[in-house]
Ligand binder design. Structure first.
Ligand code: C2E
Ligand code: CA
Ligand code: CA
Ligand code: CA
Length: 279
């Protein structure tokens, strides 16, 4: 009994600490949303597997908190999803990414599609499609250069709605990729049912691909099957030359990871060579 009591006290204290921190973060997030200048997008190149040629970018959100410093997205995006703040935040990301990609295009050196992460809540919300169209119109970015990354949780409220929306985006020329494939409750049938264009293999499978034969077999199976369905396959989290070689051998189309570049601010991205990694 004594111990049970202590456990309970510890538990309650811990919950209070977590929620107190979240109350503070939530407030700070609100301030940041009003001010706008604490957020920044970093861009990570996506390269052709064999050549290392840059073929696209993924926009990744950064929050420079005035006193906490850099708060990683894994710490505030789930919170913003809980509070609904992901709606204005997601809107900001979409607009910024479209403007940055349009700027890259105007620079004339590169025509790279930009991928934007879309939270399921944002995706399923009324007016999402109109928001995307507005971001494209305001930035002048051609729809073919915008890609949206969603996870299988967009199917939570029923597959039909998600399929209809992806079809409408596709009709506008906007592509949709299925992110983090292989984690959570991923089902192979999603690949068949969703009108997506690309599948992104989660880093969890890639990490030990050169040593874990089961993961290697899963990756190879997903690649083969995806190709039969005319899907482009991207492997995330490539850090070593061995991982790259392995995935090239397995016919993976595109790669992304620290081996080629970390996510970097737009100015630094512009200075990267066309082929990565730098020799
Ligand atoms: P994600 O979409 O799966 O993004 C890939 C994450 O892997 C990024 O973390 C990226 O920095 C990291 N990464 C890339 N290459 C490597 C590598 O070689 N090794 C390792 N260890 N990591 C690598 P990041 O930027 O911290 O983002 C984490 C997650 O936060 C993202 O996962 C995404 O789910 C979410 N996120 C980021 N930006 C946004 C956004 O604008 N909107 C929404 N809704 N979610 C976002
Ligand atoms: Ca992503
Ligand atoms: Ca991912
Ligand atoms: Ca992930």
């Amino acid at each position: 009994k004594q111990q049970g009591r202590n456990t309970w006290q510890w538990y309650q204290g811990n919950v209070q600490r977590i929620s107190r921190r979240n109350v503070l973060l939530r407030h700070d997030l609100q301030v940041a949303l009003q001010q706008g200048d604490q957020f920044e997008l970093h861009y990570q190149p996506v390269v052709e597997a064999g050549s290392g040629r840059m073929r696209g970018l993924e926009a990744l959100l950064r929050w420079h908190h005035p006193s906490r410093g850099m708060v990683p997205p894994g710490d505030f995006i789930p919170l913003a999803e809980q509070t609904g703040q992901i709606i204005p935040l997601g809107r900001w990301v979409l607009e910024r990414a479209c403007r940055d990609a349009a700027e890259l295009l105007a620079d004339g050196r590169r025509m790279l599609p930009v991928a934007v992460n879309i939270s399921s809540l944002q995706f399923r919300r009324d007016g999402f499609l109109e928001g995307v169209q507005q971001a494209l119109a305001e930035s002048g970015l051609p729809p073919e250069l915008l890609e949206l990354e969603v996870t299988e949780s967009v199917l939570l409220d029923g597959a039909d709605q998600a399929i209809t929306l992806i079809d409408r985006l596709k009709a506008l020329g906007i592509r949709v990729a299925l992110d983090d494939f292989g984690t959570g409750f991923s089902s192979l049938s999603y690949l068949r049912d969703l009108p997506i264009h690309k599948v992104k293999l989660d880093r969890a499978f890639i990490q030990d691909i050169t040593t874990n034969r089961s993961n290697a077999a899963i990756v190879e199976g997903i690649i083969t099957m995806s190709h039969h369905m005319d899907l482009v396959v991207v492997a995330e989290g490539i850090e070593t030359r061995e991982q790259q070689q392995d995935l090239v051998r397995r016919q993976c189309d595109l790669l992304q990871g620290y081996r080629f570049s970390r996510p970097v601010p737009l100015a630094r991205l512009k200075a990267l060579p066309d082929r990565l990694p730098e020799p």
